[in-house]
Write a protein that binds this ligand. Structure first.
Ligand code: CA
Length: 229
């Protein structure tokens, strides 16, 4: 197997070194740059398997780097994990909606960081053909064809929109989705819903899921995630 290449764009030298040390130890090939401009150039040159992108960078910030890479069809497929600070929730939302895959808030534990890295790299290898008719979680089954949901074998009646939201989130356990992404995913057939309506739908969904409502996790200030515990 070839070594995965990771590009780190981070201007704080101690964090850059911490990431370089730990990612190298994990067997990745690591390149580090300290500015958004250099990150953009390097990403276009090396097409890394993963980009670790700090949002607070001198001159060109991380969001702008993300926007430029995700709006170019050549660099669009490069997965991005954003490094953010507490209180940057609105930037996280923007970044996710531009196509970033995940984020880690500083200060972070290196173990948490590495597990996110592994998860995002794994996603890249997943093929669309893992499509099955039923999504199975411990006490929750989601029958895609029949639009049926069972909790501990019991049939649970969901509305169309509730089902679509549950299906969308549960197809990608662990991913965080913003309200805007959820709206885009479940829109169609005249079922247009708004950001605020997503929250409302989630309340209803959790109520109906009862014991397994824990699967739908709120990510404060950002959105929701299906937590496959
Ligand atoms: Ca920074």
């Amino acid at each position: 197997m070839t070594q995965k290449q990771i590009l780190v764009v981070e201007d704080e030298e101690d964090i850059q070194e911490l990431l370089r040390y730990n990612l190298t130890k994990e067997g990745y090939q690591v390149n580090c740059v300290g500015s958004g401009e250099a990150g953009l150039q390097e990403a276009r040159k090396m097409f890394p398997d993963l980009l670790i992108l700090d949002l607070m960078l001198p001159e060109m910030n991380g969001l702008e780097v993300c926007r430029q890479l995700k709006s170019d069809s050549k660099t669009h497929p490069i997965p991005i994990i954003m490094l953010t600070a507490k209180g940057e929730e609105s930037d996280i939302v923007l970044g996710l909606e531009m196509g970033a895959d995940d984020y880690v808030t500083k200060p972070f534990s290196i173990q948490v960081f590495l597990s996110r890295v592994r998860a995002v790299l794994r996603r890249g290898q997943e093929t669309e053909s893992t499509e099955s008719d039923i999504l199975n979680f411990a006490d929750l089954q989601i029958h895609l064809g029949k639009h049926e949901v069972r909790v501990k074998e019991e049939l649970v009646k969901l509305t169309y929109t509730e089902f679509m939201i549950l299906e969308f989130l549960s197809r990608r356990p662990g991913w965080v989705f913003t309200r805007g992404q959820i709206v885009d995913a479940v829109r169609g057939d005249g079922y247009a819903i708004t950001d605020r309506a997503v929250d409302f739908q989630i309340v209803g969904l959790r109520k109906k899921l009862g014991a397994v409502s824990k699967y739908i996790e709120t990510v404060r200030g950002v959105g929701y995630r299906f937590a496959d515990a």
